[in-house]
Design a protein around this ligand. Structure first.
Ligand SMILES: Nc1ncnc2c1ncn2[C@@H]1O[C@H](COP(=O)(O)OP(=O)(O)OP(=O)(O)O)[C@@H](O)[C@H]1O
Ligand SMILES: [Mg+2]
Length: 514
């Protein structure tokens, strides 16, 4: 339902597509959103920024009809509406693309796209697959995915494609307001460019877009207006063209943040982990790498270079077709994730919701999940010791709220990421493999996670880091291997490391590739 093309009306006063007035929402006494107003014009991209836990997702989930108990007033196309259920929100033309993908993984692209409204053959209970195909294809075209196999299951397509399918699905309901909560956190820079083209197209169609992101660069590229939130409150709204990123950061965190990558002073010791001639056919080939005590080894590559697949095979999640793994110089086999953890190798995945966190459990239970057996003596569960450890991790990683018994599902996205980090730090690993460890976390939290990584290496652990955040790569790594199309094609040492040299190398160019 498109409510903003008011014809004659639109030519007189330009109605806001969306107007939220003095909206509040509390969870058990804490105000997550405190008297916030937020508007968007048709065809406008209005960015919403703020630290982890600032209340951005909550504000947008109010719009999506997630809560029946918000207060304040919401107008869509100038008309007051009550958005007390997801159904009501959809009916009023609100489309929501969530921070974490909500697609059902085992079922097909087409079924996801048309969920809840699969066309049927007239007068029968049978699905009209011809119509499904037609509609699915038309939707995919809107996000530039006309060549995607609509019968592929979501688990078979890439993260980026899944993200675009999610957007296509939402567009299928013809929203007048589209909310995107960190839509680029799983995308490579080329994919972001593609998403932005799609956003521009939607803008030209008069859709109002609310856009949450931690990437200021993106915001300066795509947004017209920006609103900063802090501690649940509205701090400032202004035109993007009239503000600098320094100002925004200061407004977000209430202090100024400089360049915070400090070179680590760590002694690099003996070899901890080595992979020789590792292959998984179709994904990566003849990979040799070694990483030493105290060292952070980066693996740099574009999306599809095979980094995640390599990590999964090292961890025993996927098989290795060939090659050997050595831990402390001893040849070893890792057949599954449990064995890897037992041998001191842990993996922080890029996908915290599907593998990594038990959302229904508490911060404490999640943090301790890898070490229950180690901390327990026979049948005696050493409660107090555990408790202290968790309290310590919460403090160190500044997990908010500071409550070991908080249910992880109720934490903001960035804080969930910190819990995942806490869990693997608690395991005191020999080797930690990190896949996009600071995805979705704010600038301050990023600093905290970087410090935690440094501290871990100072205690003698080795780290392998995959990240698409180049400043992070340059700031943290002692050495970076370049991976491209499943092969290691070069290596860059600390002296020669820069964003530029990494980017060139990842594209197979420059002086550091063979
Ligand atoms: N269902 C819930 N129950 C209890 N508290 C919640 C719930 N959902 C969110 N909160 C709390 O509300 C506050 C705001 O969270 P929100 O998810 O809106 O933050 P955010 O700005 O989106 O952060 P991030 O950048 O980390 O995604 C946080 O303190 C969070 O713990
Ligand atoms: Mg959020």
């Amino acid at each position: 339902m498109n409510t903003n093309n008011g014809g004659a009306e639109a030519s007189t006063v330009l109605n806001h597509a969306l107007e939220m007035r003095h909206v509040s929402k509390s969870f058990l006494g804490t105000l997550a959103v405190d008297d916030v107003s937020f508007t968007a014009l048709p065809g406008e991209v209005h960015a919403l920024v703020g630290e982890n836990g600032a209340g951005k997702s909550t504000l947008m989930r109010i719009l999506a009809g997630s809560f029946s108990d918000y207060t304040g007033e919401i107008l869509i196309g100038g008309r007051p509406v009550a958005l007390h259920s997801p159904g009501a929100a959809k009916e009023h033309g609100i489309g929501m693309v969530y921070q974490e993908l909500s697609l059902a993984r085992p079922i097909s692209v087409a079924e996801n796209l048309l969920a809840e409204r699969l066309p049927q053959i007239k007068g029968t209970p049978f699905v009209d697959w011809k119509a499904v195909e037609r509609e699915a294809k038309a939707l995919l075209e809107r996000v530039g995915l006309e060549n995607l196999d609509i019968y592929a299951s979501i688990s078979e397509i890439s993260q980026c494609e899944a993200q675009l399918v999610e957007i296509a699905k939402v567009l299928g309901r013809n929203p007048s307001v589209l909310v995107m909560d960190e839509p680029t956190s799983a995308l490579s820079s080329a994919e972001v460019t593609r998403l932005f083209e799609i956003i521009r197209r939607l803008k030209s169609q008069g859709i109002a877009i609310a856009y949450i992101s931690h990437h200021l660069q993106e915001i300066f590229e795509i947004a017209d207006t920006i609103t900063v939130m802090r501690d649940g409150k509205h701090v400032k709204t202004c035109k993007v063209s009239e503000v600098s990123s320094e100002t925004i950061v200061e407004l977000m965190v209430g202090r100024s943040i400089g360049e915070f990558y400090s070179k680590r002073e760590v002694k690099i010791g003996g070899e901890i982990f080595r992979v020789e001639r590792a292959s998984r056919y179709g994904f990566f080939h003849d990979i040799n790498l070694r990483v030493c005590e105290g060292e952070i080894l980066g693996v740099c590559g574009l999306a599809g270079a095979g980094r995640t697949e390599l990590a999964r095979s090292i961890m025993g999640v996927d098989p290795l077709d060939g090659g050997e793994i050595y831990i402390n110089g001893q040849k070893t086999r890792i057949r599954n994730m449990g064995e890897a953890i037992e041998k001191g190798v842990v993996y922080l995945t890029e996908n915290r919701k599907t593998d990594g966190l038990a959302l229904a459990l508490t911060v404490s239970e999640n943090s301790l999940s890898t070490m229950i057996s180690r901390l327990s003596r026979g049948i005696f569960y050493r409660g107090r010791k555990h408790r202290n450890l968790v309290v310590d991790l919460i403090r160190k990683l500044s997990i908010y709220p500071r409550m070991p018994d908080a249910v992880v599902n109720n934490l903001s996205g960035g804080n969930q990421q910190k819990v995942l980090m806490a869990k693997w730090i608690a395991a005191a690993p020999k080797l930690m493999i990190l896949d996009e460890p600071t995805r979705g976390v704010d600038i301050g939290a990023k600093e905290i996670i970087h410090k935690a990584i440094s501290d871990l290496t100072a205690k003698g652990s080795a780290v392998i880091l995959f990240t698409s955040d180049l400043p992070e790569m340059v700031g943290l790594c002692d050495r970076v291997m370049i991976m491209r199309q499943g092969h290691i094609i070069g290596e860059i040492d600390r002296q020669n490391m820069s964003e530029r040299s990494l980017l060139l190398a990842a594209n197979g160019e420059g002086e550091f590739v063979a």
